[in-house]
Design a protein around this ligand. Structure first.
Ligand SMILES: Cc1cc2nc3c(=O)[nH]c(=O)nc-3n(C[C@H](O)[C@H](O)[C@H](O)COP(=O)(O)O)c2cc1C
Length: 229
């Protein structure tokens, strides 16, 4: 296990200030057209490092990410993604996958080291691990469980990219079997989503609007309208 990342870039690549979180959330658009401009390695690593800091149940981190930059590979990915142009256009596309088995093999490291770092009791980490296995065996749909967690790390990356001034395109339009076959992804994996990162072409895609809060948020119980003050 690793410590928190240090020396992350503290400005955008053009020297401008990082965007604050409210601006990140409001300015992010699912970008349709990308320029060929590279995402500097330092920034790509920062985006990946921040994504890896996402929370997960029991800290089991069942996500894995494949960074696709090679032009030929992006073309192959585009073919597996219903030919969406942005897959070949964007300089970076991340394939986010959730592993239904692999986390079981790293669980000892997660529980033991977590306890040693003060986030658990070093005397009883094995008991905690066994409790987690039992919970996950009995309570969860494994595909749902890995999607839930992988999409949190993925979303963290999407927002980190925006904070650094990059544009992104989240994508679910792909054939998971083809993506698995083309990129050597193990059978046990769920292919959750693709994330294109780069610089969007102008004009930016229009904001499509959102449902109002009083239709998506309830107060205390389902059906009782949330009153926005
Ligand atoms: C998980 C996910 C998958 C998506 N898949 C696609 C896709 O395959 N192709 C596409 O053009 N847009 C895709 N979108 C983009 C959405 O259409 C877009 O986010 C939505 O219309 C809202 O627009 P905005 O993100 O610009 O606010 C996806 C978005 C999400 C979050």
């Amino acid at each position: 296990m690793q410590d928190k990342p240090t020396n992350l870039p503290q400005t955008q690549a053009n020297g401008e200030q990082l965007k604050p979180i409210t601006q990140v959330v409001l300015e992010r658009r699912a970008t349709n057209q990308f320029l060929p401009d590279e995402v500097p390695e330092e920034y790509l690593n920062a985006i990946l490092r921040l994504g890896a800091q996402a929370p997960s149940g029991y800290n089991l981190q069942p996500w894995r990410f494949i960074v696709v930059r090679d032009a030929e590979n992006r073309k192959r990915l585009q073919s597996a993604a219903f030919n969406q142009a942005k897959v070949a256009q964007a300089p970076v596309v991340i394939i986010a996958i959730g592993m239904k088995e692999e986390w079981k093999r790293t669980a000892d490291e997660v529980f033991r080291e977590g306890a040693e770092r003060g986030a658990g009791d070093p005397a009883t980490w094995e008991k905690s691990r066994d409790g987690a296995f039992k919970f996950l065996d009995n309570m969860q749909s494994m595909p749902v469980w890995v999607h839930r967690h992988t999409m949190i790390a993925y979303t963290t990356m999407m927002l980190a990219a925006e904070a650094y001034g990059f544009d992104t395109a989240p994508m679910e339009g792909f054939d998971p079997a083809a993506v698995k076959r083309e990129f050597g992804i193990p059978e046990e994996a769920e292919v959750c989503a693709l994330l294109a990162i780069g610089r969007g072409q102008e004009p930016e895609k229009a904001y499509p609007g959102r449902l109002p809060l009083n239709r998506i948020v309830f107060s205390e119980r389902y059906g009782t309208e949330w009153q926005e003050k």
